[in-house]
Every structure is written in C-alpha cells, then in structure tokens.
Design a binder for this molecule. Structure first.
Ligand code: ADP
Length: 452
C-alpha cells in the first residue's frame, strides 16, 4: 500500500463531506465525492475534484452500499477512503473490505472498530484495566423477568439501551419496577424498527450528569495524545444539540483523570487515527466510561478552534503513516468554542423534520465565527437523510464572549423556506442557567417541560 495519499474518496455527503474536501484541498490532495441520485446538486459534488454516482436515494443502496463505494474508489483511482461520520464510518466490515482491496481506510483498523463498536465488549475491556464504567447488565437482557432482577440489583432509576443503538434511539429511562415491563417492550420495538435488532441491555441511570468526551489523536506507531475535551451536555432526546470546548464546569483534577484514563484506554486497544472517548461525570464527580467513537465527530470543530489543529488533516497524515507531529506538551488550549447544530426541523412542533427548498439564505460571519455547512440558496433539502444543515462554531477568549458571539451569529443566520432550530438555539444562549454554566444532560428536557 503506498504511504503517500494522493486521492481520497469521501464516503459521505452533506456538511462533513464538504468539511473533509476542504482539508484535502488545503493539503493538495485530490478529492472524489460520491452521491446518490437525489444528491446530484449537493455542494460536496460541486466542490470535489471528481464525483461519482453510487446509487439511488435510499442510503442502503448508495451511501451504505459497501461494494459500490469500493468500486467507486477503484474506478476513480482513489488510494484512500474517508468515511466521515455516520453511514459506514464505524462498520468494521467496510474497513476490512478497504484493507482487502488495498485502499487506505482513514480511521483505525477494522479490528479496533469491531471491538470498540460493541458497547458490551468495550466496557468489559475498560473494566479489565480499571477504568470505571456505568454499572449494568452483563450483556444482553432477553426477558422482562431478567430485566427486573438486574434493575433491582443495580437500583432504580435504570436506562435500557439498544445494542445497535445510536442517536438516542431505543433508550428508555425507567424509574421504578412498575414502569419496567412497558418501557422495556417499547424500547425493544423501537430498536427493532430503527436498527433491525431489538437486543437491549440495562445500565444504572446516572442522574443529572455532564457528558464529557476526550479527543484522542494516535499514530500507527503507538504514540497517543489528547486534544483536550468537550462538554456535550446540552442534549435533546439523548442527542447532542450544543457542544463546547474546553469543559469549564469540571475540576482540573477530574479532567486530568479523564485524560489519563483516555490515553491508557487508547494505548490498551492499540488505537490509531482520531477517536473520542465519552464519559458521564456525575453530580458528585464520579466518572463513568460510556463508549469510544472510532471516527471523527460532528463536534470536532470546537476542539479545532481551541487547539488550532485541523483534525481532518491529522487524520490524513496519520493514515499516510506519518508520526504525530505534536507531543502532548505542544497542545495548548486557548479560549472557548461553542457549536450549535442547525437542523431542519420545527422546534415549535415537537421537532419534526422540515424539508423543502431554501429560498433565502444568509450565513453568519465576522470575528470568531465559523460555519461548516453544505447548504446554499436554492438548495432543496431532501427527506432521505439526516436533518443537520449546518454547524455554527463561535470562538471567544472567554466562555462569556463565545456565548455573545454565538447569540449574534444566530441572529445573522437567515434560512427561509424550511423550518430550523435557530430560534431554539438562541433561546439556550440566553438562558441564565446555560450562561452560568449550571446544567446537566437533563437541561433541555427539563426546560421544555417547564416552559412548554
Ligand atoms: P447513542 O449511542 O445512542 O448516542 P450513548 O450511549 O452515546 O447513545 O448515550 C447518549 C446520551 O444518553 C449520553 O450522552 C447521555 O446523556 C445519555 N445516557 C446514556 N447512558 C446513560 C446512563 N447510563 N445514565 C445517564 N444518561 C445516559
């Protein structure tokens, strides 16, 4: 396999495909965009050096069609594939196919993806090296009777989660035994519908925690560093809405502990490329490993803003078999960055997705504002894919300044033709508890319940 990467196929669409193409251009590397039949006019196909259709609108037959994507890489002479996030990014079988076809998969090995992708296996591995994990069932819980027994043992509240989960689907919080049977069955059904896999496991529900995650950078020679952490506690239905770096509500002592165990975990599993280790930090500062994501994350730009490091560029350098160009001491965290996800949905109507043509668009700018997006005026938002349109990332010397800049940027962000959550994000920027950094992962749901 040649070490020098000259052409990269991006096995993704939307904002992240655009984001990756930008770094490739900055590095003088050729890019190949793939698109489904309905994405012909998408921005990523317009800015890539080449583009190739990989199938119909149904993602299963296009963006998730492994053989078709491999074929596209072969036909276009791409020597590497960047999977972005979602779609095939954490599919060990796809990474294995790339290995077989001698195409560099820009991410860790298929083996590591497989190990960390299984939440059960990864939790057991972490426990074996004394990293605390959320207490829970030892594997899949098949029956209501067993679920009751386990929940009694770990104590209510508990949370049931889907083995094949993602995006908060198939999750239910259960406060007492009376609720268990109904919630367990409902979660199973939801998981079956969403993932074709109804397998569930049970965890202790950590009440009002912070979601803190550590960004890992690892080369293929065993060097591992971290790029600090992000606080992703502003969530709706267990999905992130706003993220920031660095996490300023957590003590230095706890953060140092998280960094130390994250490096230990990444070294232990033989991790390479970029990855994120997610933790819950409880109100009394207990730390629990949740999972490791073996890919670039949606919220990576906040880390880029406070470290000055282009994470996609690092991914490509690592995949080109270069040693890390940074030592831990070189990493300096400066200022504060906040990201708001701009989604095409109606926050006045229970967050239902909104589709249609963007008639009028103004993207915010100015000091401290970065917008990663794939939309343009006249663009038709299709109902077939994720509803994220853009990410607004604002940087300030302090958290207060970053919030003020975000508030201003959201005012400037005009999207007409489809409904978005811009107003909803603005409400958060003006919330006193958010401003005072006084919140947990329950913040948004509590607020929506309170204020209707
Ligand atoms: P997914 O894989 O669906 O994204 P995660 O396991 O990453 O799900 O969890 C998503 C969010 O759900 C977390 O950030 C956290 O807010 C909440 N969550 C998950 N597990 C627990 C738990 N045991 N206790 C409290 N909250 C949890």
């Amino acid at each position: 396999m040649p070490n020098k990467i000259k052409k990269v196929l991006i096995a993704n669409r939307g904002e992240i495909a655009v984001r990756i193409i930008r770094s490739l251009k900055d590095m003088g590397i050729k890019s190949v965009a793939v698109f489904s039949e309905v994405d012909r006019e998408s921005l990523h196909t317009r800015i890539a050096d080449e583009c190739i259709c990989v199938g119909p609108k149904n993602a299963k037959e296009s963006y998730l069609n492994k053989i078709q994507i491999i074929n596209a890489a072969i036909v276009t002479g791409a020597d590497a594939i960047h999977p972005g996030f979602g779609f095939l990014a954490e599919d060990p079988e796809f990474a294995k196919l790339c290995e077989i076809y001698n195409i560099k998969f820009i991410g860790p090995s298929s083996k590591v993806i497989g190990l960390m992708g299984n939440k059960d296996v990864s939790k057991k591995m972490m426990q074996s090296i004394d990293i605390p994990v959320v207490p829970g069932s030892d594997g899949i819980v098949e029956t209501v009777a067993l679920a009751k027994e386990i929940s009694r043992k770990i104590g209510y509240p508990v949370i049931v989660k889907a083995r094949s989960g993602g995006g908060g689907k198939g999750m239910r919080i259960i406060n007492s035994e009376d609720e268990l049977e109904n919630s367990f069955k409902a979660a199973k059904k939801e998981a079956e519908n969403a993932f074709g896999d109804g397998a569930l496991y049970i965890e202790k529900y950590i009440v009002k925690p912070r979601h803190i995650e550590v960004q890992i950078l690892a080369d293929e020679f065993g060097n591992v560093i971290h790029l600090g952490a992000r606080d992703c506690s502003i969530q709706m239905n267990h999905q992130k809405v706003i993220e920031e770096a660095p996490p300023t509500a957590i003590s230095k002592e706890i953060m140092d502990k998280l960094y130390e165990i994250s490096i230990k975990a990444a070294k232990y599993v033989g991790y390479s490329n970029v990855g994120t280790i997610e933790y819950l930090v409880s109100e009394n500062n207990e730390v629990f490993f949740m999972e490791m994501n073996t890919r670039i994350q949606v919220e990576h730009p906040v880390t880029e803003m406070v470290t000055g490091i282009d994470i996609v560029k690092e991914q490509i350098n690592i995949a080109s078999k270069k040693k890390l160009s940074y030592k831990q001491d070189d990493i300096k965290i400066e200022g504060c960055a906040i990201e708001c996800r701009i989604n095409a949905y109606d926050s006045d109507r229970n967050f239902i997705p909104s589709v249609g043509k963007i008639d009028c668009l103004n993207i915010p700018g100015g000091y401290g504002v970065r917008v990663d997006s794939s939309i343009y005026q006249g663009y038709d938002i299709s109902p077939f894919y994720d509803s994220m349109l853009a990410k607004v990332i604002c940087f300030g010397k302090t958290r207060e300044e970053a919030i003020n800049i975000m508030d201003r940027a959201l005012d400037e962000f005009i999207v007409e033709g489809v409904k978005t959550n811009i107003k909803f994000n603005k409400m958060i920027m003006n919330d006193i508890d958010y401003i005072q950094n006084n919140y947990s992962t329950s913040f948004l749901e509590d607020k929506v319940r309170r204020e209707g």
